[in-house]
Design a protein around this ligand. Structure first.
Ligand code: NAP
Ligand code: GDD
Length: 340
């Protein structure tokens, strides 16, 4: 039975990855931060599993910045695989908190790599770094593993540094250390302040009579949006490869924020012109205008392919948010049809 350690287990990806690994028979250890309220709501499916007879998910208090406690944990649980998903992951917020963002997203990754370099003398271990399409920033075209990075935010710059540190630990120390360069991926568990979820949740609140308007920033930005459930499968495959390597994970198709907004409004019969206002607060000092990935290396070498596409993703997220606000998704024929 394999053992995995996930940092960032309470986040969107951490929760899907924990489920995936448990389904494959792993014992999963997750690092969680102490909070003044419950922060494990995304993991409730796992805790509520009636078939669970032994603790397959074990949570440990810690912080990616506290390498002493991380080292103690790693030496105690002796993981086969470590997935580093912890980050201050909001690009807009990284302009307000650049140093903190760099400490968590870059120095945190470096501290963990150091812990694993020491530990790997005792036992082989595989390391996954959550790298990001944001690293490409201003680079245009279909982006692949060989495209240059031109980061445009404190978050992206921290991720570029962590990316190269991961490559360096692979080359300098022979550590099995790999980067997944993941393009945007969403789900009903997506943080509420990322644009896809902000829109689906905002529309649900309007339909439930809880809000009257939705305030958004730049509607022209384009992203390559996939489903988080598909993308955690890619993370796992990256660590099962014969040798450590770096992979772009994307759908290969991009759409604008305006496209997402229109599609979601169409699915529930709302007119975006009547409910959306543009608010300068949501613009970034430097924007990444367009990101579209070329996942052909992952398709060829990992046998991975995105399953859930744009329209299905929107329907899935809208239905979930409507349900949360007590509105039956079946009331909207176009949405019901997409849900199948
Ligand atoms: P998320 O929902 O924001 O989750 C981030 C996780 O990191 C949370 O569990 C958070 O804990 C944890 N964390 C933050 N600071 C920490 C610290 N100092 N010590 C320990 N844990 C800490 O992000 P996500 O969407 O799941 O993304 C997962 C990773 O992939 C992130 O590194 C992100 O930058 C990267 N990524 C995401 C995407 C995407 O489209 N989703 C694309 C490319 C790369 P709390 O719950 O306590 O806040
Ligand atoms: N968040 C947000 N809120 N974004 C908005 C809004 C708004 O009200 N209005 C327009 N946008 C635009 C942003 O300017 C950006 O161009 C685009 O929507 C997507 O923004 P986010 O959903 O916040 O995601 P992101 O692309 O900045 O970052 C996400 O994806 C990265 C991968 O490329 C995050 O998950 C990062 O952690 C991840 O690395």
């Amino acid at each position: 039975m394999k053992t995995a350690l996930i940092t960032g287990v309470t986040g969107q990806d951490g929760s899907y990855l924990a489920e995936l690994l448990i389904g494959k028979g792993y014992v999963v250890h997750g690092l969680i931060r102490r909070a003044s309220t419950f922060n494990t709501h995304r993991l409730s499916n796992i805790f509520q599993d009636p078939h669970s007879d032994s603790p397959r998910l074990v949570l440990h208090y810690g912080d990616i910045l506290d390498s002493d406690s991380t080292a103690t944990l790693v030496h105690r649980i002796e993981p086969d695989e470590v997935y580093n998903l912890a980050a201050q992951s909001h690009v807009r917020v990284s302009f307000d908190m650049p140093v903190y963002t760099a400490e968590v997203a870059y120095v945190g990754a470096l501290r963990l790599l150091e812990v694993l370099r020491n530990f790997s003398g005792r036992r082989p271990v595989r390391f996954y770094q959550a790298s990001s399409s944001e690293m490409y920033g201003d680079t245009r075209g279909r982006l692949s593993e060989t495209s240059p990075f031109r980061p445009r935010s404190p978050y992206a710059i921290a991720k570029v540094a962590a990316y190269w540190q991961t490559v360096n630990y692979r080359e300098a120390y022979g550590l099995f250390a790999a980067n997944g360069i993941l393009f945007n991926h969403e789900s009903p568990r997506r943080g509420e302040t990322f644009v896809t979820r902000k829109i689906t949740r905002g529309l649900a609140m309007i339909l439930a009579g809880r809000e009257r308007a939705l305030y958004l920033g730049n509607l022209e930005a384009r992203r390559d949006w996939g489903f988080a459930g598909d993308y955690v499968d890619a993370m796992w495959r990256i660590l099962q490869a014969d040798r450590p390597d770096d992979f772009v994970i994307a759908t290969g198709a991009s759409h604008s924020v305006r496209d997402w907004l229109r599609l979601c409004c169409d699915l529930v019969g709302l007119d975006p012109e009547r409910i959306v206002s543009i608010d300068r607060r949501y613009f970034r000092p430097t924007e990444v205008d367009a990101l579209e990935g070329d996942p052909s290396k992952a398709e060829r070498l990992l046998g991975w392919k995105a399953q859930v596409r744009f329209e299905r993703l929107a329907a899935m997220m809208l239905a979930s948010d409507l349900g949360d606000f007590g509105v039956d998704p079946q009331r909207y024929p176009e949405l019901a049809e997409r849900l199948g």
